[in-house]
Design a protein around this ligand. Structure first.
Ligand SMILES: [Zn+2]
Ligand SMILES: [Zn+2]
Length: 342
C-alpha cells in the first residue's frame, strides 16, 4: 500500500513538472509573439510615449523618449535613461528602429542611446549603422557612445555570429542637422511618406537645441524637446494634431527650492531655481497650443514627478482657462494613432 502511495506521489510530481514546463513555454511564446511590428505597416501614424519624465527619479516615469512610427519608419526622438527598458516592455519593434533624433544633449535625453543602438542592432540583425540626427554636437555624442560600446559589440559578434550581430552594423553614425535661419524649420528627413523638420528652440545654455515636426498622410505631430517660451513655437506647432510639449510646474519647483534651502541643501536649491528658467510651464504650453490651433496637447518631461493627485492638480492649474482643446498629462506607454487624412 505504501509503495502505491509513493508511486502515485512520484507520478503527481512528474506530471506537475511537465505541466509547469508547458505553462512556462506557453508564456514565453506569448511574450515573443507580442511584438507590435504591425504598427509599421498598417498605414496609420503612431506615436508612443516611451518615457515622459524629467530627470528626477520616480517610479511612475522614466526620462524622455517618444516613438514616431509610420510608413515602415520607426523614429525615437531622444533616448533618456530607461528608454530601452520601456521600449522593450512596450513591445516596440526595436529591430526595425530606423533612426534616433536628438533634441539636445542633456543626459536625460541621451543616456540610453547606447542601449537603444545595441538592442536595435541585435534584434534587427542590422547591417547598417544606426543614424542619429541632431543639431551640431551630435557627432561628439555619437563618437563617445561608439567608443564606449566598441568592446561590447566585438563580444556579441564573436559570441552570436555575423548573421545575428553583423559587425558592420554595430555602431552609430552622426547626421548633423544645421538650421539655415532662425525661426525657419528645416526639412531633413523624407522617407516612405514620413517627413520631419527640425526647428530652433530656446534651452540656453544648452544650445543649439531643437524640436521636431512630423507629417505623415496629412497628420502633424510636434515634439518640442526642452524649451522656454519662444516667439516661433506657435508657428511650428501650427494646426498640429498632436503637440507633445515640455512642461514644468515652476510654482512647485520654486517651493522645492525654498524647502531645499531650509533643510540645508543649497546646491539642490540652486538647481531647482535654475531649471525654472529654461522650460515651459503647463499654462505657457497651453497658451501656445491655443494660439497654434492644436487639436491635442500632451505634456511630457513632467516635472516634478506627479506622485499624488494634489501635485497633478497643481500641475494642471490654469491650463483649462487658456486652452480649449484636449489635454493629457503624458504617461509612459501612452499611444496615439492617426488614420490617414489623405
Ligand atoms: Zn534639457
Ligand atoms: Zn530634459
Amino acid at each position: 500500500m505504501k509503495k502505491i502511495a509513493y508511486l502515485l506521489m512520484v507520478l503527481v510530481i512528474i506530471f506537475s513538472l511537465t505541466a509547469c514546463d508547458n505553462i512556462v513555454e506557453r508564456g514565453l511564446k506569448k511574450q515573443m509573439m507580442q511584438n507590435r511590428a504591425d504598427m509599421l505597416k498598417d498605414g496609420n501614424m503612431h506615436v508612443v510615449l516611451v518615457g515622459t519624465g524629467g530627470p528626477f527619479p520616480n517610479t511612475e516615469r522614466v526620462s524622455v523618449s517618444t516613438a514616431v512610427i509610420a510608413g515602415g519608419e520607426f523614429i525615437l526622438v531622444d533616448t533618456g535613461p530607461g528608454t530601452a527598458r520601456n521600449a522593450l516592455l512596450q513591445r516596440l519593434p526595436m529591430g526595425n528602429l530606423s533612426a534616433v533624433f536628438l533634441t539636445h544633449f542633456h543626459s536625460d535625453h541621451i543616456a540610453d542611446l547606447g542601449e537603444a543602438n545595441m538592442y536595435s542592432w541585435v534584434q534587427g540583425n542590422r547591417k547598417k549603422r544606426l543614424e542619429v540626427f541632431g543639431p551640431p554636437g551630435v557627432e561628439q555624442v555619437v563618437k563617445g557612445y561608439a567608443l564606449a560600446y566598441a568592446q561590447d559589440s566585438v563580444y556579441r559578434t564573436a559570441h552570436h555570429g555575423e548573421d545575428v550581430a553583423p559587425a558592420e552594423g554595430a555602431t552609430l553614425i552622426a547626421k548633423i542637422v544645421t538650421l539655415e535661419a532662425p525661426g525657419k524649420a528645416k526639412l531633413f528627413f523624407d522617407r516612405n511618406g514620413l517627413r520631419a523638420w527640425a526647428f530652433e528652440v530656446d534651452h540656453f545654455p544648452a544650445e543649439p537645441a531643437v524640436g521636431y515636426r512630423f507629417e505623415y498622410k496629412g497628420n502633424v505631430v510636434v515634439i518640442t524637446g526642452d524649451t522656454k517660451k519662444t516667439n516661433t513655437l506657435a508657428s511650428q506647432a501650427d494646426k498640429a494634431d498632436l503637440f507633445i510639449c515640455d512642461a514644468l510646474d515652476a510654482k512647485t519647483i520654486h517651493l522645492a527650492a525654498k524647502v531645499a534651502s531650509e533643510v540645508n541643501q543649497p546646491s539642490l536649491s540652486k538647481i531647482f531655481t535654475d531649471i525654472t528658467d529654461y522650460h515651459l510651464t503647463p499654462v505657457q504650453a497651453a497658451e501656445i497650443a491655443q494660439n497654434a490651433g492644436v487639436k491635442k496637447l500632451v505634456f511630457y518631461h513632467v516635472v516634478p514627478p506627479l506622485t499624488n493627485f494634489i501635485l497633478k492638480r497643481r500641475y494642471l492649474k490654469g491650463v483649462g482657462d487658456v486652452y480649449d482643446g484636449d489635454v493629457e498629462v503624458g504617461e509612459d506607454g501612452m499611444t496615439f494613432t492617426f488614420a490617414p487624412k489623405r
